[in-house]
Design a protein around this ligand. Sequence first.
Ligand SMILES: Cc1ncc(COP(=O)(O)O)c(C=O)c1O
Length: 492
Amino acid sequence: MTAVDGANPSKLDPFDLAAQLGAWSEGRGPLYRQLAAALADLLADGAIRSGTTLPPERRLADRLSVSRGTVVNAYGQLEQQGWIRRVQGRGTIVTGPARAQVDGSVAPPDGVGHRLFMPSLHSIDLLVAVPAALPEALDICEQTLIPRTPDICDNAEPAGIDPLRHRIAEWYRASGLPTNPEQIVVTSGAQQAIALAVEAVIQPGDVVLVESFTWPGLLDIVRANGGRVHAVPMDDHGVIVEEFATMVERLRPRMVALNPHNHNPTGSRLPASRRDAVADLCARYGVAVIEDRVASLLNFDHQVPPPLAAGRPEAAHVTIDSLNKLTWPGLRLGWIRTDTPTVAKLRAAKALNDLYSSIPSQLMALRIMEKLDELTDARRTMMVERSNTLVEAVARRLPDWEFRRPQGGVVLWVGLPGGRAAAFARIARSHGVSVATSAEFAAHSDPDDHIRLPFTQSPEVLAIAVERLARAWEAFRAEGSSIFAQPAPSII
Ligand SMILES: Cc1ncc(COP(=O)(O)O)c(C=O)c1O
């Protein structure tokens, strides 16, 4: 609901706006940027609607106890991003909830991904679902020797150093997917792999099918390249094949991008029968497939699903893997496995993007690959313990929250029994926990009624986080009993 001035229903009162902004200034960076980001959040989730007049700069500055310059700069940034317009004699007007996409969906001007990297300074960060470096991986990195030979040390090949490409190809062959080193492009992680693949395959206007909730780094890249995002409905096990088939037939997409194993954010695992059905349909209709496998090794039952490309040598598959979450996020090392014509495009895109990936990282990755099974076991053991801690604490302290026990990966997807998740996230933030909500991951309008809880922090921190969430939930229910009673409205 937009808080409005009593005299003029489209004018936002500075007192009400300050209350809606909550603890907006506890993050990092200049105050005006924090204010702009907090306002953009309110605009993105519809709390402030199009046509509303924002308070005059001086009045808002007085209310927030900041300089007028802070508000002027914050408004300036929002204007540049297309959220607001300053009209002589009328004031500062909200021009939309967001910029419309080619496909008619809307997203905030900076994309949605950046919100995951804005925890409040004084809160436990449950926005980012990335575990800290695995000590065993750091040991290996520390012992990695740099060979003083120009073919390695000074190797500027955009697709990566030969020994690593050979090792990765061998790893795929061992998993049943025939691969030669020329089919590999080493990247600085899965995110760069997604960006390069989308850039290489998508032309403006192309339809891209994605899971209805998905990694925002994918959504933002597709939209930045002019792709038209269409969301495939999901159930507890991932995309629904019948819906997928209808959409492929009707929309004739250029590409399908899936994160089918321990999906981020829902934690779902696409069963083998659905994986086959989806891959067969894509092969039949000539649709390129991006398979994002960042958490595929983290199944708690130790089963590693084969890549969708296995058994389909002719199909256009871009298989993406990464060592970052698995071993050390700071390594920034991942790769793409695809056909050689696509490799040529990706290699050119990689060269333009950052020339080539860091040689020390590539050498460390080579050593890590030798011990990958042991490291995967260590990371899996860690994630099972943390998942148990989180699940038990949530079940005990927040018994009305709904979730399925994770079978792998790094996140718990929680359905809230009422209210809007973004509103709860604001209260959680003021209680010292930053969490992401369904809004951060939704490809299209959806009820904002879930939050994502990563179990990547230590068990001790997770226990404190759940205590704070429980207190925030009490406050949310007490403070917003009228909001709580309403069904969750659509977001973005
Ligand atoms: C589904 C998904 N894809 C890609 C990425 C980016 O991974 P990387 O750190 O390897 O770039 C993430 C990171 O959290 C992710 O969750």
